[in-house]
Design a protein around this ligand. Structure first.
Ligand code: SF4
Length: 700
């Protein structure tokens, strides 16, 4: 299509929101330099000219009146606009004071992954090389960490998709666990429709009959928190019914006998008793999946945001391994990455225990390599810190006294959020980078105006593992600056400017390529020029003449012996189960009109009008037990707190659960209610299940 109009230039880039990273052009007026709108990119091979409601309105953030125009400093309890010079000196004075009084770990960094690879890399370097603190972690702990932990355990490497998504339309069967992709990654649905037109089948595992579950051949409507029982039950049937690819398992997998013994107990009757899914549906799903020649197991936060999230990922991945599906065309395992750079953001050193390229901070060779690239002594590299939620514990016990939050809003997105609010209030000093005044920024002492995604250059890594280019459409608005430039200026006032010799994002990317060289997430062979020429490049890509790796694990897995590790994991109850006082299970999730904490999408008129506030979804049969009618207000209480929301009755949900979307802050935050019970491996909180009760309040 010819999208060019007179008097406008088209800037080719990608949507700022979810991991689909849909291809788009931004229309910019040549006369005013202002953004006029967006167009889908029809030649982008992954999303083929599709954008969702968030994507088509994303440009409205750029010139929004709520943008933070210049630095804000809190004085006598209220924000006052300041110069950059004054804000940087307040930061210098406070960081220096806290670190002189309590050591380098008194400062901490809370990062995010809705930003470019270059920024994610620099946040890790800023924390460890400039501030010298071990306390750095990021909001990916609340998003992708269980998928990452499960992939590492099973395959020895964490790439969120083992195959390119352009192959999905050729697959014969999809088994989706805990993903409402029709709402959360809407443009992906065309791929499944194309496959369905060819006769592919679809199995959806979800407590709710979501728009995704509605198009499934089998909907396994499990009780929240019982994924590992259901996965064990499906594995049991795959083995019993003779669907195992024995040659593949013999050659490429370890631990099969242990898995077989573990799953023996999970007959359809036993699995049904735990999960609440009928035996008939479990058997039908196993046959559909078992018979498919090219199948893909996919999962998302529904299965991952649990205290057993890593177990769930390893068990669902085992289905693909038993069928010999990994490393082959149109087959494999994939997770639906929530945040735009959820994949890249977890590879580059924002995690408390990892350095760029997925190198372990406890590995002396890794420390030597990265400190060499950074120009610091290996001895100066801080030790491992703690995970995102545990940083709030460290504030409570006094170990952390200052925090720099970059592109993240934990005051909405963390679990048990009243504890987080209390922790943020206890900080001696809080700095936040953002382009809207988020709920977290309201707690800050200094707020630094960052640019939006359309005002900066860089790269992201989409949910396939494809590294792509984000391009600048307009100059930074008002006095905002790119996060990398902000971190550089802080490094300069702290006397460490020599560590940040960058003039542009590409300089950071080229240093980052060296940092990842030889690591598992190796980007060394990827350059801006190659990304432009090749429509993105898949990592690992260890040299300039390497073609990139769209399909991983073709010959071997990245474990020491090259074999995938099959799990033998029993089913365990979630961290909190219903009781006499709290007889129901509460689960949370997203809606199509909002993104993450809603800090961006709640400000877009169209999106806010479609879904202006949270609600509780419940089955009419459950509502009638409490005398509750549709659209009445109800109070939901868990062992942590209460909130009042409007009731939405629907038969599309189980009769024993409540569902509330999570995109709102303060008194409208469902995360006041959620449980911070953490997965032992990934440290992912259990957002997806806790015990709750409901009480009718009154008509609106
Ligand atoms: Fe695409 Fe996700 Fe943006 Fe929607 S929010 S346009 S699916 S990247």
């Amino acid at each position: 299509k010819n999208l060019q109009r007179a008097g406008e230039k088209l800037i080719t880039t990608h949507c700022s929101y979810c991991g689909m990273q849909c291809g788009m052009h931004i229309r910019v007026s040549e006369k005013t330099g202002k953004i006029k709108g967006v167009e889908p990119r029809y030649d982008w091979p992954v999303t083929l000219g599709k954008l969702c409601p968030k994507g088509v309105t994303a440009y409205q953030q750029i010139d929004h009146p709520d943008r933070i125009k210049r630095p804000l400093i809190k004085k006598n309890g209220a924000f006052v606009e300041s110069s950059w010079e004054e804000a940087l000196h307040v930061i210098k004075d406070n960081v220096t004071r806290l670190q002189q009084e309590s050591g380098p770990d008194a400062m901490s960094v809370f990062g995010g992954v809705s930003m470019t690879n270059e920024k994610c890399y620099l946040v890790g370097k800023y924390a460890r090389a400039v501030l010298g603190t071990r306390f750095i972690d990021y909001n990916g702990r609340f998003c992708m960490s269980s998928a990452a932990g499960g992939f590492l355990k099973t395959f020895g490497m964490d790439r969120g998709s083992t195959l390119p998504w352009t192959e999905l339309e050729h697959s014969d069967c999809f088994l989706m666990a805990g993903s409402n992709t029709a709402e959360c990654h809407p443009t992906s649905i065309q791929m499944f429709w194309k496959a369905r037109d060819r006769g592919a089948s679809m199995i959806v595992i979800d407590p709710r009959e979501t728009p995704t579950a509605r198009i499934a051949d089998v909907h396994l409507d499990l009780l929240p928190g019982t994924d590992s029982a259901l996965a064990n039950g499906l594995l049991h049937l795959i083995i019993k019914e003779g669907y195992v690819d024995e040659a593949y398992v013999e050659e490429r997998c370890a631990n099969f006998e242990e898995l077989k013994a573990q799953t023996a107990l999970f007959t359809p009757a036993y699995t049904s008793k735990i999960t609440g899914v009928s035996e008939e549906k479990i058997i039908r799903a196993a046959h559909l999946y078992g018979r498919a020649q090219k199948s893909v197991v996919m999962f998302a936060r529904g299965a991952e945001q649990q205290s057993k999230g890593v177990d769930n990922v390893t068990l669902y991945s085992a289905l693909a391994l038993l069928r010999g599906q990994i490393g082959k065309f149109a087959s494999g395992v994939a997770t639906f990455t929530g945040q735009g750079n959820g994949q890249g953001g977890r590879e580059h050193g924002q995690k408390s225990d990892l350095l760029p390229g997925y190198r372990k901070i406890t590995d002396p060779e890794a420390v030597k390599h990265i400190s060499g690239v950074w120009g610091i002594e290996p001895e100066a590299m801080p030790k491992p810190g703690v995970s995102a939620f545990e940083m709030f514990d460290e504030i409570q016990n006094g170990a952390i006294r200052g925090m720099h939050v970059i592109c993240s809003n934990p005051a909405v997105s963390a679990p048990n959020v009243e504890y987080v609010w209390d922790s943020l209030k206890k900080l001696d000093f809080l700095v936040v980078n953002d382009f809207f005044l988020s709920e977290t920024a309201e707690f800050a002492d200094v707020v630094l105006p960052a640019v939006s995604w359309a005002e900066d250059e860089g790269t992201t890594t989409n949910l396939e593992g494809r590294v792509i280019r984000i391009r600048k459409a307009v100059e930074p608005l008002h006095e905002s600056k790119p996060d990398w430039q902000i971190l550089k200026e802080i490094a300069q006032v702290l006397g460490k400017g020599y560590l940040f010799p960058y003039e542009k994002a590409e300089d950071i990317f080229n240093e980052f390529r060296l940092a990842t060289k030889g690591g598992k997430a190796d980007y060394y062979g990827i350059t801006y020029e190659r990304i432009d020429r090749e429509n993105g490049v898949f990592w690992p890509c260890p040299s300039l003449d390497h073609p990139g790796t769209p399909t991983v694990f073709k010959g071997r897995f990245e474990t020491p012996d090259g074999k995938a590790v099959l799990p033998s994991v029993p089913w365990q109850e979630p961290g909190e189960v219903p009781s006499e006082e709290f007889p129901l299970r509460l689960t949370t999730g997203r809606v199509v009109y909002h993104y993450l904490s809603g800090n961006q999408t709640r400000r877009i008129d169209f999106l806010r009008d479609q879904c202006p506030y949270p609600y509780v979804e419940m089955h009419p049969a459950l509502a009638s037990r409490y005398g509750i009618q549709d659209k009445e207000m109800a109070e939901i209480t868990t062992p942590r707190s209460s909130m009042t929301v409007e009731v939405k009755l629907t038969k599309a949900t189980r009769e024993d659960i409540l569902f509330i979307p999570y995109h709102w802050g303060k008194e409208l935050s469902v995360n006041k209610l959620t449980n911070a019970c953490l997965d032992p491996t990934s440290r992912m909180p259990e957002f997806k299940v806790c015990a709750a009760k409901i009480r009718r309040i009154t008509k609106k």
